[in-house]
Design a protein around this ligand. Structure first.
Ligand SMILES: Nc1ncnc2c1ncn2[C@@H]1O[C@H](COP(=O)(O)OP(=O)(O)OP(=O)(O)O)[C@@H](O)[C@H]1O
Ligand SMILES: [Mg+2]
Length: 405
């Protein structure tokens, strides 16, 4: 068609170049072309106005009808709901309620009352907007000894909002029971930790007062007998051996006592205890261990001090047992009421999520439990390339408030 028009225009141009050319002639191709194009344009306009536009309008109308029908069905369906349902007009007043609503509110005069008056204060103003903007909101609600999930949905086309109440009482009660059980478990775990600690302290004291004292006495007596028999070479050698053996048993018992109950913690506090503990581990394992501190002399409640000491002990034990590290470091600072402890190593690292799945070991789980017991924060950052870095933080107010406050 376009080519056809172009050839007409070219022919018209050629004719116009001839001498005897007259414009207003029926066989003038220019006039013919103009008439032809105008006819085409009118035809296209006519078809689009008579066929395309009405078709599109019809489709839009059908879509709108379907949407309206859907919404009607939805509201009808809700009316049959065994859960309470309220319909609210643009002014925020109840315009419809189902039987379940009458039953839960024990009121058959609900119609006409403001929705805000019986449900949530301040919602009346929101309802108009909700309807106008086709919006919705949801929240939990306690009503007459039951719990509901309230969903308020605005329908612009229908000019009202509908509020659906889903009964979640059973689920809520279950959650409450679960939370109570968790609290009880945490309390039990705390109790076991405290009981274990006091039992260890008792055993350490008995070892010190009983076995330790007896060993010291044996050593004294041996020394006295050794003095008497010092001319007998055989006896002197035997006594020397027995004395050395007694010393090593005595040292072993002291070590057990320190493990059971760190006296140094009781006497000098966290800073000194950490320093000595890191030194001892370094000495025993050959790992290079460093202790960094801002040298705080502050003392904390005994229950907190022993908890924090055990946390660091567990983290260092884990390094020795699992990390295959060449060094580790413990950094402790107490500044502006914040106690921060960082334990680092350059070992093989681990994936905590995977460890949790395998339910391997209790150490880290117990550690987290103990940190949250004092409202503390713990962050474990571990990867095979970068080793393991654990940071624990406690605030003074939580430390003073005590466990599970
Ligand atoms: N510093 C670390 N480097 C590498 N792996 C670690 C480190 N700390 C913990 N792990 C890994 O995490 C696991 C869980 O540690 P957790 O302390 O919970 O248990 P455990 O030490 O195996 O046993 P438990 O502490 O109960 O005696 C360990 O078995 C180990 O695989
Ligand atoms: Mg462990």
């Amino acid at each position: 068609m376009v080519l056809h028009c172009i050839s007409f225009v070219i022919a018209a141009f050629q004719i116009s170049q001839q001498e005897e050319f007259r414009f207003w002639r029926w066989d003038n191709p220019v006039i013919f072309t103009v008439l032809f194009v105008s006819f085409l344009a009118i035809l296209v306009y006519y078809i689009s106005m008579k066929v395309v536009v009405p078709e599109r309008l019809k489709m839009q109308e059908e879509l709108y009808k379907k949407k309206l029908e859907n919404m009607r069905m939805m509201s009808l369906f809700a009316e049959k709901d065994p859960n309470p349902l309220l319909r609210i007009d643009k002014q925020g007043n109840i315009s419809y309620c189902n039987d379940a609503a009458i039953e839960i509110f024990s009121d058959n005069q609900l119609i006409g009352r403001p929705f805000a008056e019986i449900i949530i204060e301040g919602t009346s103003e929101r309802i108009g907007k909700l309807i106008e903007q086709d919006e919705s909101f949801a929240r939990e609600l306690a009503l007459r000894g039951k719990y509901f999930w309230l969903n308020v949905i605005g329908f612009k086309e229908l000019g009202f909002a509908q509020s659906y109440f889903s009964d979640i009482t059973d689920q809520k009660n279950l959650n409450i029971r679960l939370a109570n059980t968790n609290t009880q478990l945490r309390e039990l775990s705390n109790y076991l930790n405290i009981a274990g600690e006091s039992e260890r302290k008792k055993i350490a004291k008995e070892l010190h007062d009983g076995v330790g004292m007896s060993l010291s006495l044996i050593k004294l007596k041996l020394n006295a007998i050794g003095e008497v028999l010092k001319d007998n070479q055989l006896a002197t050698a035997a006594f020397g051996e027995i004395a050395a053996f007694t010393d090593s048993v005595s040292a072993g018992i002291k070590e057990i006592m320190a493990g059971l109950h760190p006296r140094i913690l009781e006497d000098f506090g966290l800073d000194a205890s950490f320093r000595i503990y890191v030194e001892k581990v370094t000495e025993k394992t050959g790992l290079s261990g460093k202790y960094h501190t801002n040298r705080f002399a502050d003392r904390f409640p005994p229950q907190f001090e022993i908890t924090v000491y055990r946390l660091v002990q567990e983290l260092i034990n884990n390094i020795v047992k699992h990390a295959r590290a060449s060094w580790f470091s413990v950094t402790v600072s107490y500044i502006d009421g914040v106690l921060q402890i960082t334990v680092d190593d350059d070992g093989v690292g681990f994936d905590e999520a995977k460890i949790r799945e395998t339910k391997k070991g209790m150490g880290l789980r117990n550690l987290r439990e103990r940190v949250t017991g004092f409202n503390g924060e713990i962050e474990i950052d571990s990867s095979p390339e970068e080793g393991t870095h654990v940071t624990i933080e406690f605030l003074k107010e939580h430390i003073d408030a005590g466990q599970n406050s």
